[in-house]
Design a protein around this ligand. Structure first.
Ligand code: RTP
Ligand code: MG
Length: 140
């Protein structure tokens, strides 16, 4: 099976609580490999652009405020079936609905402060990766 790449953000609630290592351990234990990583503080423009698909949703303003409330870690993950695999490892958007053993069940604070982002499909993943990384920053 071919290797696939997905895009991950470890969100500000997790950097604030200093639990990024615990989250990366879940990622690596699942078999996914971190092939690019950097810690950044998103600008409002970057966060609005990244979440543009949600612009009309009622939570958009709060989501952007949250995503710029502290540093994040953006990453490219590689592995077999990486996009679906990482969605499984993350768990449901709302931690109350997430399966035991998932990142969001075990670490998320709320439906908004839910510790991680992962691309939701083969159409979005490459664009999300390009939004944050140059080709030379990704070492597979
Ligand atoms: P993500 O894009 O961050 O991986 O999360 P997702 O696909 O599971 O959820 P999505 O529907 O794309 O929502 C994006 C992020 O917006 C926040 N959210 N808040 N207050 C609310 O009702 C609400 N719903 C979603 C979460 O941070 C969610 O991850
Ligand atoms: Mg999403």
């Amino acid at each position: 099976m071919a290797l696939e790449r997905t895009f991950s953000i470890i969100k500000p609630d997790a950097t604030r609580r200093n639990i990024t290592g615990k989250i990366i351990d879940r990622i690596e234990s699942s078999g996914l490999r971190v092939i690019a990583s950097k810690r950044v503080h998103l600008t409002r423009e970057q966060a609005e652009g990244f979440y543009a698909v949600h612009r009309e949703r009622p939570f958009f303003g709060e989501l952007v405020d949250f995503m710029i409330s502290g540093p994040v870690i953006v990453q490219v993950l590689e592995g077999e079936n990486a996009i679906a695999k990482y969605r499984e490892v993350m768990g449901a958007t709302n931690p109350a609905d997430a399966e035991p053993g998932t990142i969001r069940k075990d670490f998320a604070e709320s439906i908004e402060a839910n510790s991680v982002h992962g691309s939701d499909g083969g159409d979005t993943a490459p664009n999300e990766i390009k939004y944050f990384f140059e080709d030379g920053e990704i070492v597979g």
